[in-house]
Ligand binder design. Structure first.
Ligand code: NAG
Ligand code: NAG
Ligand code: NAG
Length: 639
């Protein structure tokens, strides 16, 4: 029997598919034609439906902040872009932005990110992401120079600084640890040194000098951490970065100040002229009463000052008091603060964690990494004082391992603020090979046997009703991933590259997203010297929901094999350096499942950018390592 050359067969087919898809897409999007007799159109929504969807989407474009007067979204103008006679194809694709690539993943930042399809904006494979929110700096001053300390205290202080940085970073800030070097940059440094003040007062003044030499921002004690949900009003205010008044916070002593550079200089000026400078302890005691606005109502920041520890955490305080147990006391602090951060996060989601699981018959294996993260998040973090509450939330409900956070596996996306969501988005190739239990998909099979955008249609079934096109559902999903509301309430993964789960380093990256160390090691001997009552007990895997019979062992194994095959295929068909025939096949699958592909690309790019942003910052911070004359906080790590 004569064999046909599969390549020539493929090529011709593919050409037809590609041109047909392009043509159909343009017809639908721009002309709104409906032709009943075209077999490829019978399954996709008609023009008017999509028009309606587009208008809705445009109505939902994010409002543009006032501080950016040069950017404005004009709905009519934007709609014009969809007009075929405006020749959109003639404008060149926007240029590459800095730091917008990570391996094969590339993205473009634009206010039009809610546009259902990124290609409309970028005209290439780049995904369009919302602009990164600028991170206002939070400064802390750490100077351990003079004090004589033992090794354990140094280590504990270093851990607290790491917790401090992680917590503020996760809340959208840029934490900066200042040292004596910054204070020395200020012209008044020598003058203050010559005053020969008490150590405490000198520290307070140097702290302000360091702040003044950096400029406008937030000055925060390194024992003060944000302890609230992302959208808590104080954190929201601090993130906005506009500080009109020199402010301190009632009950936080000298733990938190905000102000502009001019105001900081003024306060310093006044303080240095004060006669109380030899007796006072805090800056605000040296200045006239109306210098600081005192904010009475706030509960977003927890300050573990010695006063707080004395009243709330007596067992730590009793050890801190004596020189020979001071190290033990300090060693308990990092674990205490970390457990409170985790607890506060858990308390923000009274309805627990939802692990999204559409098409449940086929996706059990796929959501395994998400379940793993969810279980670890619902584990109770060990704390040196079990069932203690953070200083700013005395009425917390402590984590009890007998009744851990609930984990559910809903088949559809629901917008519920009381629940944290972990979503796993598969590439359409992965999903179709799972649904059809078939490891080698080809173009013919895809076109004849598979329905379009299965994942988006299934995941958003409830959200918008069954009648609406997959295209208009895209905006809601993108909103769920990347909006202010979504960022703090969800974590999204792609099924093929669980970016966060490869190595211990990846797992630490997750900690930076959540702002605390996620429990992931069953307590080991010698690892923690903290007296921990009872082990951290990891809750069992949740009972999962299925929309049909539960898959048996054999089917689960099959899912795993198919998943790995698909992962391999995705890797081998990357645009840069992939195999040509596989790239063509992947393009065909992606063209057939445009909405599924769009969400997948969006989530992948969103995660990659988040990683790049943090690692770039980490690199900048590392540049200071060991550069300071006095001990930079990092040096305490190396001993
Ligand atoms: C996917 O689900 C269908 C039933 O909906 C089942 O027939 C098929 O075997 C499943 N495939 C895998 C790989 O589990
Ligand atoms: C979810 O609800 C909030 C308000 O409760 C809203 O701001 C947000 O846009 C909604 N997200 C989606 C994806 O519908
Ligand atoms: C979850 O915890 C287990 C050990 O309890 C660990 O093996 C796994 O890597 C952790 N996963 C994540 C995502 O933290």
């Amino acid at each position: 029997m004569r064999r046909r050359n599969p390549c020539s067969y493929l090529n011709r087919r593919l050409q037809i598919v590609a041109s047909l898809t392009t043509f159909i897409l343009f017809s639908i999007l721009f002309l709104g034609t409906t032709s009943e007799d075209n077999p490829y159109l019978s399954k996709v929504p008609y023009g008017p439906q999509i028009r309606q969807g587009t208008t809705k989407v445009v109505g939902r474009l994010p409002s543009i902040p006032k501080e950016l007067p040069h950017v404005h979204v004009n709905t009519a103008q934007w709609l014009n872009r969809l007009d075929p006679f405006q020749a959109p194809a003639h404008s060149p694709p926007p240029a590459d932005q800095p730091d917008s690539r990570e391996g094969d993943i590339s993205w473009h930042t634009d206010w039009h990110w809610m546009n259902p399809f990124s290609t409309v904006v970028t005209q290439d494979e780049r995904a369009v992401l919302p602009p990164l929110k600028p991170r206002p700096p939070v400064y802390t001053y750490f100077d351990a120079g003079g004090r004589s300390r033992d090794e354990r205290s140094r280590k504990a202080e270093q851990e607290v600084l790491e917790i401090w940085r992680r917590a503020w970073w996760a809340q959208g800030f840029k934490p900066v640890v200042l040292s004596r070097s910054e204070a020395m940059n200020h012209p008044k440094y020598k003058y203050i040194k010559d005053l020969k003040l008490e150590a405490d007062m000198e520290l307070e003044l140097l702290r302000w000098l360091a702040w003044a030499s950096m400029g406008t921002g937030i000055l925060c004690n390194w024992l003060a951490v944000p302890m609230a949900h992302y959208e808590e009003p104080l954190l929201h205010f601090l993130r906005a970065g506009e500080y009109s008044q020199m402010t301190r916070y009632d009950g936080l002593e000298g733990g938190l100040y905000v102000g502009t550079k001019e105001q900081v200089e003024q306060v310093l000026e006044m303080a240095l002229r004060s006669t109380l400078i030899t007796t006072a302890q805090f800056m605000y005691q040296l200045t006239p009463e109306d210098t600081f606005h005192i904010e009475p109502n706030h509960d977003g920041v927890a300050f573990y000052s010695s006063k707080t520890i004395k009243t709330l955490y007596k067992s730590i305080d009793s050890q801190l008091t004596f020189a020979d147990t001071r190290g033990d006391g300090l060693t308990m602090l990092p674990a205490l603060i970390n457990s409170h951060l985790h607890l506060t996060w858990q308390n923000s989601f009274p309805k627990g964690i939802a692990v999204l699981k559409p098409l449940a018959q086929n996706t059990t294996y796929m959501i395994d990494p998400a379940i793993d993260i969810a279980r670890n998040l619902s584990t109770c973090t060990a704390s040196p004082i079990t069932t203690s509450c953070p200083p700013n939330r005395p009425n917390c409900s402590p984590c009890v391992s007998r009744t851990p956070m609930i984990i559910t596996t809903p088949p559809i996306y629901r917008n519920d603020s009381a629940q944290f969501l972990i979503g796993t988005v598969p590439h359409p190739y992965t999903l179709q090979s799972l649904i059809h239990n078939k490891e080698d998909l080809d173009v013919r099979f895809i076109r004849r046997k598979t329905s379009r955008d299965s994942w988006v249609m299934a995941a958003t079934r409830e959200l918008l009703g069954a009648g609406i096109s997959s295209f208009s559902r895209l905006a809601s999903l993108k909103d769920a991933v990347a909006s202010e509301h979504g960022i703090s309430r969800s974590l999204w993964l792609t099924a093929e590259e669980p970016v966060y789960l490869r190595t211990e380093k990846d797992l630490q990256e997750l900690d930076w997203i959540f702002g605390f160390r996620i429990p992931r090691h069953p307590m080991k001997d010698g690892k923690s010297e903290t007296p921990v009552p009872g082990p951290e007990r990891r809750p069992p895997p949740p009972k999962q929901d299925f929309d049909g019979p539960k898959p048996d062992e054999k089917q689960l194994l099959q899912q795993m094999l198919l998943g790995e095959k698909a992962q391999d295929m995705i890797k081998k068909s990357e645009r840069h350096g992939g195999q040509k025939s596989l790239i063509l096949l992947r393009n065909a699958v992606e063209a057939w499942n445009m909405a599924d592909t769009e969400v997948w690309k969006f989530v992948r790019a969103f995660n990659a950018r988040r990683l790049v942003e943090r690692q770039k910052w980490q690199k900048e911070e590392d540049a200071y390592l060991g550069k300071g004359l006095y001990d930079r906080w990092k040096e305490t790590l190396s001993g």
